[in-house]
Ligand binder design. Structure first.
Ligand code: ANZ
Ligand code: ZN
Length: 824
C-alpha cells in the first residue's frame, strides 16, 4: 500500500548500501536498512515521491570459495542466498520497491557494464598495461590482496611472488583534481569521509628533478626523482630507486646479488600496506649521483624496498634528518645525517647546537616547519621560501620542474576470477585487442565450469574462450579476466531508476532522481566504493550516458554494533546463547564489534522471532545516534519489548468519564504539538534516538494521566503518537490504528503538523553579569543550552560595551538562571 501523490510531488531518493548475498543477514544489515527505512517512510508521509530500492552485490570471491569447498555452483549458491536474505529482509518490514530489485550477477545487469567498458575504451578512459599481481607459485594462481596473509597464499601457505600481467585500467587519474575539488561541494557528507578521500587522492606539489649519474658506463646517465621537499636538498645523503625501476632491472642483469635482492623485495606482495609494513632494506648499487647544486658532492644510489615504482618517478633522494624512513635507513646503512632545517624558534645564525645534537642522537627525524641552515644560498629562509627558491634554481639550471603528483593511481579492474563480469575483449594474433561487437553483448559466463584445478575456471574451460576474431575472422581468444566487483557497485544506484525489464541502461529519469539524497552505509566504504562511484558518474557523463556529476548528495555512515565477548576456561570463544547453558566458568571480555570470529553475534532471526521486528527496530534506533557504535544488550532489547507492550496498552485505554480539567487538557495538547514539532526536526537531522526519546516523554505524560477524563485531547495525543512511531515501528502503528477502528492505513496518511499556537515555549528571564555586575537581562526557553545562553548573553549591546577592549577569560553559565562573563 502506497500513498497516492500528485505527479508534481518532489522526489527523494534514499538508498542503503546493497548487501553481498553471503547467506544470512546480520545485525549490521538490520541497523543499516532500518535507518534508511525510517527516512523513506517519513519522507513519503511528508509528501515526497520516494525511491527506496534494494538489490544484491552478487559477484565475488566467497561464491567461488563455496564452489571449491562445497562443490556447489557459484550462481546457484548466490541465488539461494538471495532468496533466503530477501525473505529475512521482508520480515523486518522494510518499505522497498521490490519491483526494481537487481542482482549484479544477472547478465541483464552486467551487459550494460560491458557496454560502458567499450565506451570507456573509445573515450580514452580504459587502457591496458603491464602490472604486478600477487602470484601463488604453488597453486599457480593470482591472489587478491585479501588472499595474501602475512606474505603467504591463503590456501597453499607458499610465499607470494610478484608477477607481471597485462591488465585493464580505468583512468580515474584523469579526474584526480575534479574528485578532490568536488569534495568541497559535498556539504552533507561527514568530514571524516571527505578527509579520507582527500588523503587517498593525495595531491602533492613538488618537483621532478634529474640527478646526474657520476662516471657512467650505462645507457642512462640521469635518474629522475620526485620530491615535495626541495628545501632539504642540501641534506641529501643518498638516492634510492624502486626494485622495479628500469635502472635496477638493468643493473640486475649483470649483478646476481642485486637480482636476488630484487626477488626478495618482490615477495612482499603488491599492496602498499604490505610494503609500508615490511622492514626497510636497501642494496648499494655502487653508482653515485651528483648533487644538483654542487657537482663536487656525490651520493650513493641504493635500490630500496620502500620505494614504490607507481609513485612519482619511482626514485627519490633521501634526507635522513627530515624524513623518518630515510632516518632509519641512514642509521641502518651508516649514511650521514645532515640537518638542514631547525624549528622556527631557532634563527639560522643562532645557537641550535643542543637541539641538533638531540636530533642526531635521538631516533626521530624532524619533519616540521622551520628555518634553513647548512644550505648555501637557501640559508635563513623559511621552509616555504626555500622550496620556492630551490625550485626556481633547479628550473634555471634546467635540472627540474614543478610537478603536481597524486597518490591516486588508475583503477586496475582485471581479476583472474570466474565469478565476475567477463571483460568484453577478444585477443587476436594479427589484430591485437579487439572489442566484442556491441550486438554480441552480453558476453555471458559459461555455466559448465569446474573448480577442481587452481586458477581461473574461465581459462581452463574447453571451449568458451575459443572464438573467431570479429575483425579478420582468424582463430582468436577471449579475455578470460573478469571485472573487479567494485565495477558493479559503481553504478547500481543509477540502474535502480529503471525497471529491470528496460532495455536501455538508464531511464532518462535517472538524471532527476540522482544524486541520491541520502546514502547510508558503513564507513569501511569511505574510500574505494564511494570514490569509484564518484569517478563512474563522471566517466558515464563523458561518454554521454548521464548528466550527473556527484552520485550521492548526502551520506550517512552508521556506527557498528558491539557486544560483549565470552571465553571458556580453555580459551575458546563462546556464542552468547552458549554462555547461559554453560556450567563451567566463563570469562566476560570487553565489548567489541560483532564478528563471527569472536562469536559475539546475535542472530537477527532469533530476535525477530521472539520479540518481533518492531522491538528490534526500536532498540536499534533508540539506543545511540545512528553514526555511533551501538551496544547490543539483552537488557536493552528487553526494555524495548516492554515499551512496545506498554504503548499498546496505553494507546488502547478508553477515556474516563467525567468533565476534563481545562489546565490538564491544555498541558497535554501543548506537549502533543511540541512533540510533533520536535520529532519532525529530529528526524530531519537524523537524530532518531532523540526523536524516540521525545515520543517516550509524551507517552509517559499520557500514562501519568491514566484514569483521568481527557476528552478530545486524549484522542489527539494517541493519534499523534501512532503517526510519530509509524516510521520506526510500522507494524505496531498499523495494528493500533486498526484497533482504534480506522479503515485506512497509516502509510497512506500524511505526516502530522504541529499547531504553532500550541508550541509556543514559555520564556524565562535570565540575568547577564559582566564581572559580577548586572548589565542586561535576556529571555530564553527554560531548557536553553549553555551554548545558547552564552551566545544570547554575548550578543547584548550593553554586555559588549562593558567587555569592550578586555579579553574574555571565562564565562560562567547557570542554566535557567544567570550568565556571568569574566573579562580582564
Ligand atoms: C626528499 C624528502 C626530504 C622527502 C624530506 C620528504 C621529506 P608525499 O608528500 O606523500 O607526496 N617519495 C618520492 N617518490 C617516492 C616513491 N616512489 N616511493 C616512496 N616514496 C617516495 O611524498 C613525497 C615524498 O615521498 C618525496 O619527498 C620523497 O621523499 C618520497 F625531508 O624527497 B621526499
Ligand atoms: Zn584478427
Amino acid at each position: 500500500m502506497e500513498r497516492t501523490l500528485p505527479s508534481s510531488a518532489p522526489h527523494y531518493y534514499v538508498l542503503e548500501m546493497f548487501p553481498y548475498p553471503s547467506g544470512n543477514i546480520h545485525m549490521g544489515h538490520v541497523r543499516n536498512y532500518t535507518l534508511g527505512d525510517v527516512l523513506a517512510r517519513y519522507k513519503r508521509a511528508c509528501g515526497f515521491t520516494v525511491l527506496h530500492p534494494m538489490g544484491w552485490d552478487a559477484f565475488g570471491l566467497p561464491a567461488e570459495n563455496a564452489a571449491i569447498e562445497r562443490g556447489v555452483h557459484p550462481g546457484k549458491w548466490t541465488y539461494q542466498n538471495i532468496a533466503t536474505m530477501r525473505e529475512q529482509l521482508k520480515s523486518i518490514g522494510l518499505s522497498y520497491d521490490w519491483s526494481r530489485e537487481l542482482a549484479t550477477c544477472d547478465p541483464e545487469y552486467y551487459r550494460y557494464e560491458q557496454r560502458f567498458f567499450l565506451d570507456f575504451l573509445k573515450n580514452g578512459l580504459a587502457y591496458r598495461k603491464e602490472s604486478f599481481v600477487n602470484w601463488d607459485p604453488v597453486d599457480h594462481t593470482v591472489l587478491a590482496n585479501e588472499q595474501v596473509i602475512d606474505g603467504r597464499g591463503w590456501r597453499s601457505g607458499a610465499p607470494v611472488e610478484r608477477k607481471k600481467l597485462s591488465q585493464w585500467f580505468l583512468k580515474i587519474s584523469d579526474f584526480a583534481d575534479e574528485l578532490l575539488e568536488g569534495l568541497t561541494a559535498l556539504a552533507d557528507w561527514p568530514d571524516k569521509v571527505k578527509i579520507m578521500q582527500e588523503k587517498w587522492i593525495g595531491k602533492s606539489v613538488g618537483v621532478k628533478l634529474k640527478l646526474q649519474v657520476a662516471s657512467c658506463r650505462l645507457q642512462v646517465d640521469k635518474i629522475e626523482i620526485f620530491t615535495t621537499r626541495p628545501d632539504t636538498l642540501f641534506g641529501m645523503s643518498f638516492c634510492a630507486i624502486s626494485p622495479q625501476h628500469p635502472l635496477a632491472q638493468e643493473l640486475a642483469t649483470c649483478n646476481l646479488q642485486l637480482a636476488t635482492f630484487i626477488e626478495d623485495c618482490n615477495r612482499i606482495g603488491t599492496s602498499e600496506e604490505a610494503i609500508e609494513k615490511a622492514e626497510k632494506k636497501g642494496f648499494d648499487t655502487g653508482l653515485r649521483v651528483k648533487h644538483p647544486f654542487d657537482a663536487n658532492l656525490e651520493h650513493p644510489v641504493y635500490v630500496a624496498n620502500f620505494v614504490l615504482m607507481e609513485y612519482g618517478t619511482g626514485a627519490l633522494f633521501g634526507c635522513p634528518a627530515h624524513d623518518q624512513r630515510d632516518f632509519e635507513f641512514a642509521k641502518k646503512y651508516k649514511l650521514p645525517i645532515l640537518p638542514v632545517i631547525v624549528p622556527p624558534e631557532y634563527n639560522w645564525e643562532g645557537d641550535s647546537s643542543a637541539w641538533l645534537d638531540n636530533l642526531l642522537h635521538g631516533d626521530e627525524a624532524y619533519s616540521g616547519d622551520g628555518n634553513v641552515i647548512n644550505s648555501s644560498f637557501l640559508n635563513g629562509l623559511s621552509v616555504s621560501e626555500a622550496k620556492e627558491k630551490a625550485i626556481a634554481e633547479l628550473v634555471k639550471l634546467g635540472a627540474g620542474k614543478k610537478t603536481i603528483n597524486y597518490r591516486l593511481r588508475d583503477w586496475g579492474v582485471s581479476r583472474q576470477r570466474y565469478w565476475g563480469c567477463p571483460i568484453p575483449i577478444i585477443h587476436c594474433n594479427d589484430c591485437g585487442v579487439v572489442p566484442v561487437p556491441e550486438n554480441e553483448l552480453p558476453v555471458r559466463l559459461p555455466e559448465d565450469v569446474t573448480f577442481d584445478k587452481p586458477g581461473n575456471p574461465l581459462a581452463h574451460h574447453p571451449t568458451w574462450k575459443h572464438v573467431n576474431c570479429p575483425k579478420c575472422g582468424a582463430k582468436a581468444e577471449r579475455e578470460t579476466d573478469t571485472f573487479d566487483t567494485f565495477f558493479e557497485s559503481s553504478w547500481y544506484f543509477a540502474r535502480f531508476c529503471s525497471l529491470p525489464s528496460e532495455k536501455e541502461p538508464f531511464n532518462p529519469s535517472a538524471n532527476t532522481w540522482l544524486p541520491v539524497d541520502k546514502y547510508i552505509g558503513g564507513v569501511e566504504h569511505a574510500v574505494l566504493h564511494l570514490l569509484y562511484a564518484r569517478f563512474f558518474m563522471r566517466a558515464l557523463k563523458r561518454c554521454g550516458y548521464l548528466n550527473v556529476i556527484e552520485p550521492f548528495k548526502g551520506l550517512m555512515t552508521q556506527g557498528m554494533i558491539c557486544h560483549e565477548t565470552y571465553m571458556d576456561a580453555d580459551g575458546n570463544w563462546l556464542y552468547p546463547e552458549e554462555v547461559i547453558k554453560k556450567n563451567s566458568p566463563v570469562t566476560v571480555g570487553r565489548s567489541e564489534k560483532m564478528s563471527k570470529s569472536k562469536k559475539n553475534v546475535v542472530d537477527p532471526r532469533a530476535i525477530i522471532t521472539s520479540y518481533g521486528a518492531d522491538t528490534a527496530r526500536l532498540f536499534m534506533l533508540s539506543d545511540s545516534p545512528p553514526d555511533r557504535d551501538l551496544e547490543w544488550t539483552e537488557a536493552g532489547i528487553d526494555g524495548a519489548w516492554r515499551y512496545v507492550n506498554r504503548l499498546w496498552r496505553l494507546l488502547l485505554e478508553p477515556d474516563a468519564s467525567g468533565v476534563p480539567d481545562e489546565a490538564t487538557v491544555l498541558k497535554l495538547r501543548q506537549e502533543t504539538h511540541k512533540t510533533i514539532a520536535r520529532v519532525t526536526q529530529d528526524i530531519e537531522r537524523f537524530h532518531f534516538n532523540k526523536a524516540i526519546a521525545r515520543i517516550r516523554e509524551l507517552s509517559n505524560l499520557l500514562g501519568s494521566l491514566s484514569g483521568k477524563p481527557l476528552g478530545g485531547a486524549r484522542t489527539e495525543a494517541v493519534n499523534a503518537i501512532i503517526h510519530l512511531i509509524a516510521p520506526f515501528m510500522p507494524h505496531l502503528a498499523e495494528e493500533l490504528w486498526q484497533q482504534l477502528g480506522n479503515k485506512d492505513m497509516i502509510v497512506t496518511r500524511p505526516w502530522s503538523k504541529a499547531d504553532p499556537a500550541l508550541c509556543v515555549e514559555e520564556e524565562i528571564t535570565i540575568a547577564v553579569q559582566v564581572n559580577g555586575k548586572l548589565r542586561a537581562t535576556v529571555s530564553c526557553a527554560p531548557d536553553a543550552t549553555r551554548e545558547e545562553m552564552e551566545s544570547l548573553a554575548l550578543a547584548q549591546k550593553n554586555v559588549q560595551d562593558f567587555i569592550h577592549a578586555k579579553q574574555i577569560r571565562k564565562i560562567i553559565v547557570v542554566p535557567g538562571k544567570i550568565v556571568n562573563v569574566v573579562a580582564a
